[in-house]
Design a protein around this ligand. Structure first.
Ligand SMILES: Nc1ncnc2c1ncn2[C@@H]1O[C@H](COP(=O)(O)OP(=O)(O)OP(=O)(O)O)[C@@H](O)[C@H]1O
Ligand SMILES: [Mg+2]
Length: 307
């Protein structure tokens, strides 16, 4: 796979002196779905805004399909579509009007068939003549997607696409993203949620404090980071972990009221049956069993510590 977006030594310092991107380099591959995963303020929106030509570069080089986003601004800009993090729409425009206008702004000839197809697949055709202010939040988000796709971009950026979105719309959105990928569109999305990245992305880039901590195939990353914990609430407190369980790596916590067992999601043998078996043999009663997945926060701490 060849790179469609190349970012070299990119630095962004805002006017107030805030360093949002710190000598960041990364490549996005043609046709992939890549998730930029990172906490609040990591620099995700800054990075996307720069690639889409909405924010200036302080230092470094960014090319989109070979076009330098500074010296070949117009060509680079025409190749990308952006669904912004914030809902930004003209309240009195109609759905059809705003999407057609977007297309026109990119210098594309009007294409009624394309726009109709776009609105239909986003379930907005019925609403085409409604003013934006009469739409629900989920519909407005779909209008933003329609706008971003209005000029048939090769690369779609989705900035926190599922923040405040219900399960149905999220599912529709992921279907659309997969369809677009099948049509050859490269999709770059940002998210706070590792589950989301896991569900949709081919690759995951972890970004923190303006730097890329790692870029990895999803499967490889999940293997490395996908730690889970089995928690067993005991009917009666224990003073120490019984022999049979200690040998399996089970620990005692919460003042002796809970057993915890860490396992790797990736490995075929989780060891859970053995732990449950040992509980039975030791005659230990429990009131509840549940699992916890390491949070993004834990993963960041681990990643940073590794560096
Ligand atoms: N226009 C601006 N002027 C000054 N500082 C800014 C501006 N936009 C963003 N920043 C700062 O740059 C840093 C990165 O912000 P950015 O919006 O890129 O993060 P993010 O990863 O998108 O966060 P979130 O997950 O909250 O959307 C933050 O410290 C932020 O306060
Ligand atoms: Mg953001």
């Amino acid at each position: 796979m060849s790179a469609i977006v190349k970012i070299q030594d990119l630095t962004k310092r805002y006017d107030d002196g805030k360093l949002a991107l710190n000598d960041l380099s990364v490549e996005f591959m043609r046709g992939e779905i890549i998730a930029l995963l990172g906490p609040n303020g990591a620099g995700k929106t800054s990075l996307i805004s720069i690639i889409c030509g909405l924010t200036t570069i302080s230092d470094g080089l960014v090319t989109v399909d070979g076009f330098d986003i500074q010296s070949n601004y117009r060509e680079a800009r025409s190749l990308v579509g952006l669904v912004p993090q914030e809902l930004m729409l003209e309240p009195f425009e109609t759905v059809m009007g705003t999407v057609s206008l977007s297309r026109g702004l990119f210098g594309q000839a009007q294409n009624h068939e394309y726009v109709e197809g776009l609105l239909s697949r986003l379930s907005l055709w019925e609403k085409r003549d409604s003013p934006i202010r009469e739409l629900s939040g989920g519909m407005k988000r779909r209008v933003l997607i329609a706008k971003a796709l209005s000029h048939e971009p090769k690369i779609l950026f989705l900035d926190e696409p599922t923040a405040g979105v219900d399960v149905d719309l999220r599912r529709d959105m992921w279907r659309l993203v997969k369809d677009l990928q099948a049509e050859g569109v490269t999709v770059i999305l940002t998210t706070h949620y590792i589950e989301e990245a896991e569900e949709i992305a081919d690759r995951i880039a972890v970004i923190n404090e303006g730097q890329i901590l790692l870029v990895e195939d999803k499967s490889i990353l999940m293997n490395r980071l996908g730690k889970k914990e089995l928690l067993i609430d005991l009917s009666e407190s224990l003073i120490e972990v019984p022999q049979g369980l200690a040998g399996l790596g089970v620990r005692l916590q919460n003042g002796g009221r809970q057993l915890s067992y860490s396992y790797d999601m990736a490995t075929e043998k989780s060891g859970i049956p053995e732990v449950l078996g040992a509980l039975k043999i030791e005659g230990i009663g429990f009131s509840d069993v549940h699992t916890e997945q390491s949070s993004l926060e834990d993963i960041f701490i681990e990643l940073v510590a590794e560096r």
